[in-house]
Design a protein around this ligand. Structure first.
Ligand SMILES: NC(=O)C1=CN([C@@H]2O[C@H](COP(=O)(O)OP(=O)(O)OC[C@H]3O[C@@H](n4cnc5c(N)ncnc54)[C@H](O)[C@@H]3O)[C@@H](O)[C@H]2O)C=CC1
Ligand SMILES: O=C(CO)COP(=O)(O)O
Length: 340
């Protein structure tokens, strides 16, 4: 069977993986070589971003300076992008997943498979839901999860790194590995979708902590302490809600490695550092510093805090709780080391 891949999302990470997928589908006979990529349409200097991508083969707003393969075709219509696909790659910021799933409901063939590259969770009245579960429930298709120490621009520049795919069905994991793996982007597949997904969502909160201690100029030992306590809280929270999450998952690229890289070089870290040095709000800094890219850590901290409060668990997760309070309750940043 020939598989056809569609990409849902075209931000910084979406565009970077478009380069990997566009090249990899040409290496195997079992893939259609055209990859459609859904672009949330916007105007750049009076032109459609989709037209710019299709003519210049570059996402000039979200991944400037990187050429995309010509078989990646930007499309502004979501349903049109996905209609013939057998493999869907979800890579929109987590706040838009629900609306994407609503638009696709009933329009996806049942033999389709999905993978989420989205680092976040969806909060609901009675708790929270994993993005892979939302995709499965809304569209009636299985979903894998890819997450790792993968700063998008470094991947696009083909600097070596690793990533993790969590699968429920091994054949799905292997098929998705084919579209991502290269000698510079080493994919490891493991049977723990939930663990991979929880790591990706929760590390964004801890990365805010990494940026706060950088802004406070507390040094390398303090950063290491935030990473260690953060990893401990990530594992505790994941296994409290999903007892099958494996300890080993935290030693994969999606676990400790992603935590280290995001605390060293990610957007969450950068904006949190600027919050300390400028005193500006996170919302303001997101607009000023990210040029349309989305901060995931602050909203995930808020979502997580709501869950911890409802379940009476704040005292058991002092680091995540304090990061939330610094982001949303004007707690002085130094409390990150005083309250944990
Ligand atoms: N950038 C990175 O280095 C990495 C990001 N990720 C994850 O990938 C996911 C996607 O992030 P990025 O590709 O970096 O996105 P981004 O933050 O660079 O870009 C924002 C994207 O959202 C789109 N958008 C704006 N309003 C929208 C709407 N109403 N509906 C749908 N889309 C809308 C924009 O057009 C743009 O494509 C996130 O969960 C992120 O945590 C994972 C690994 C690395
Ligand atoms: O997830 C990432 C790297 O693996 C990117 O993190 P930021 O969203 O903080 O840039």
């Amino acid at each position: 069977m020939v598989e056809k891949v569609a990409l849902i999302g075209s931000g910084n990470w979406g565009s970077s993986v478009a380069k990997l997928i566009g090249r990899n589908v040409q290496k195997f006979d079992h893939f259609d070589t055209e990859v459609k990529m859904w672009v949330y349409q916007e105007q750049i200097d009076g032109r459609n971003l989709t037209d710019i991508i299709n003519e210049q083969h570059e996402n000039v707003k979200y991944l400037p300076g990187i050429k995309l393969p010509e078989n990646v075709v930007a499309c502004p219509e979501l349903v049109e992008t996905c209609k013939d696909a057998t493999m869907l790659v979800f890579v929109v910021p987590h706040q838009f997943v629900s609306s994407v799933c609503k638009q696709l409901k009933g329009k996806i063939p049942p033999n389709c498979k999905a993978i989420s590259l989205i680092k976040g969770i969806e909060v609901q009245e009675d708790g929270f839901r994993l993005i892979t579960d939302m995709i499965q429930d809304a569209l009636g298709i299985r979903s894998c999860m890819l997450s790792g120490a993968n700063i998008a621009t470094e991947v696009a520049e083909e600097r070596f790194c690793e990533t993790t795919i969590g699968y429920r069905n091994r054949a799905d994991g292997e098929l998705f590995r084919d579209i991502f793996h290269t000698p510079q982007f080493r994919v490891n597949i493991i049977e723990d979708v939930v663990g991979v997904e929880m790591c990706g969502a929760l590390k964004n909160i801890i990365a805010i902590g990494g940026g706060l201690v950088d802004g406070l100029k507390l040094g390398a030992n303090t950063k290491a302490a935030i990473i260690r306590i953060g990893l401990y809280e990530m594992r505790k929270f994941s296994q409290m809600f999903y007892k099958d999450v494996k300890d080993e998952t935290f030693f994969e690229s999606c676990g400790i490695a992603d935590l280290v890289t995001t605390c060293a070089g990610g957007r969450n870290r950068r904006v949190a550092e600027a919050h300390v040095t400028t005193g500006k709000s996170f919302d303001q800094l997101e607009i000023e510093m990210l040029n349309g890219q989305k901060l995931q850590g602050t909203s995930t901290a808020k979502d997580m805090y709501n869950i911890l409060t409802k379940k009476g668990l704040c005292d058991e997760f002092p680091l995540m709780t304090t990061i939330y309070r610094i982001c949303y309750e004007d707690l002085p940043p130094i409390r990150i080391v005083e309250d944990i």
